[in-house]
Structure formats: C-alpha cells, structure tokens
Design a protein around this ligand. Structure first.
Ligand SMILES: Nc1ncnc2c1ncn2[C@@H]1O[C@H](COP(=O)(O)OP(=O)(O)OP(=O)(O)O)[C@@H](O)[C@H]1O
Ligand SMILES: [Mg+2]
Length: 234
C-alpha cells in the first residue's frame, strides 16, 4: 500500500469538516474520491499534504506515518499536489514555469524532463515562450499538472482537474491522465464530474458530509444505480 489514510478528523478552526475518513491507494491505481460540493474532498487532499493537518487519525506513506509532518517534507517524500486553483506563475513563460519546478525526487529512472512533459502534453510545446497569464483554462490545467510532474512524484493528488474546461479539452485531459497511468503513475483524483473520473479509475470512494459513504470498484458501483443517486449530484 502506497498511501493509507486511517480515521482522520480535520477541521478549519471550529468548523469540523472530516469525521473519520479512511482510504487506501495501491501503487499503480487510479482512485476517485467523489462527492457533492463542500463534502470535504479538497480538505482530504489538504490533510494528506499537511496543508490542513488532521487533528487525529493516521496517514501512512509506504508504511511511514506522515500526519503532522510539514508539507515540504511530505512533498519531498513523493506526493505531488495539483490544487484546484491552478497555481502557475502568470509572469513566467510556460518553459520557465516548468523549469523552476524541477526537483530530482527520489526516482533514479524514468525521470521527468521538459521533453517528456511536452510528449505528454504536446499542446504546451508550441507555446513554451508564452506567459502563464495568457493561457487558456485547458493549457493552464496541463501546465499545472506538468509542473507537479517536474518534481517527480510517485503519487499525484489531482483536485477537480476537469473543472471549468470545455468538453473536448476534458476528453484530451482524460487521455493524458490515462497515459500517465500506463506509465505507472499512481493517482488520487477528486472530482464532481463522475463520468470523467470513473472512466479512468479502478476504485472509488464517495464522501458525504466528511464521512466515506461508499467504497468499491468502479464495476460494482456502476451496477448499482441507487448509490450514485443517493450520494452524487444528479
Ligand atoms: N479555509 C477554510 N476555512 C473554513 N472552512 C472551509 C475552508 N475551506 C473549506 N471550508 C469548508 O469546508 C467544507 C468542505 O470543503 P472542501 O473544500 O473540502 O469540499 P469539497 O468537497 O472539495 O467541495 P468542492 O466540490 O466545492 O470543491 C465546506 O463546507 C467549506 O465551506
Ligand atoms: Mg474541492
């Protein structure tokens, strides 16, 4: 098991958001974390990254406890976070945005280079000298993921990557994420767009009001229409 979140409780000040969330991610899997608006998906990712550390519970990375560690250490251990708000430098060019993000990581082989990133996201190559502030939503999303890959993570946490993108761009992004997975990347994907994420995933978890209400394989989930109707936006 690469990541094991066990019974975490997380709050922002006095507002309690997560009530005993547990989930597991195995190496090479794509896992969806689904749920309506405001149920705690982002908070779960922020808890894992140490941005909003849990008050209690355990988060194990390759068997080692990381709950309570500072974010830079967690990221150095091999967890890459792609936040929802697409944090790129708008005054830097695409190339510069990627270049400043280069970190060796722990990997010895299959290291991410600019060339490899442009291979995965061919649309970024011809616009390498364009400033981040002049990119379309889709280009920004690709650049945000690409930046995170430059730190050579073993696990990617993706927060609503398809949000606000045109259908065609969402489809391309799906293909790129599928390609990443074929190359061995492990991904925890938070989404409201369940069609997009289930197409890519092996297993899923559904959050509702800070609690996991369902876990199972995508196959089993699709067999039972009731679950989706109960916990997901229709
Ligand atoms: N910094 C914060 N301070 C206080 N409350 C917050 C903060 N960030 C989020 N919340 C609250 O925590 C709850 C869960 O938010 P979270 O962002 O984890 O949900 P989400 O499932 O990611 O939702 P969405 O689909 O809208 O992204 C929400 O009620 C939200 O208002
Ligand atoms: Mg969110």
């Amino acid at each position: 098991m690469i990541l094991e979140v066990n019974d975490i409780y997380t709050a922002y000040g006095l507002s309690q958001i997560l009530f005993g969330v547990s989930l597991k991610v195995q190496e090479g899997e794509i896992i969806s974390l689904l749920g309506r608006n405001g149920v705690g998906k982002t908070t779960t990712l922020r808890s894992i990254m140490g941005l909003t550390p849990p008050q209690s519970g355990s988060i194990k990375w390759r068997g080692e406890e990381i709950a309570g560690k500072p974010t830079y250490e967690i990221s150095r251990l091999g967890i890459g976070f792609v936040p929802e708000d697409r944090r790129i430098f708008s005054d830097l060019t695409v190339w510069e945005n990627l270049d400043v993000a280069i970190q060796p990581g722990r990997k010895k082989e299959n290291v991410w280079t600019l060339e490899r990133v442009f291979d995965l996201f061919p649309a970024l190559k011809p616009i390498q000298s364009r400033k981040g502030g002049y990119l379309s939503g889709g280009e920004q999303q690709m650049l945000t993921i690409a930046r995170t890959l430059m730190s050579n993570p073993d696990l990617l946490l993706l927060d609503e990557p398809s949000e606000g993108l045109a259908p065609l761009v969402v489809q391309q992004l799906g293909e790129q994420i599928a390609k990443l997975r074929r190359e061995g990347m492990t991904i925890l994907l938070c989404e409201q767009n369940q069609r997009f994420s289930l197409d890519l995933s092996d297993r899923l978890y559904i959050l509702e009001k800070g609690t996991i209400k369902y876990e199972g394989t995508v196959q089993d989930f699709l067999k039972d229409e009731k679950i989706g109707r109960t916990y997901l936006a229709v």
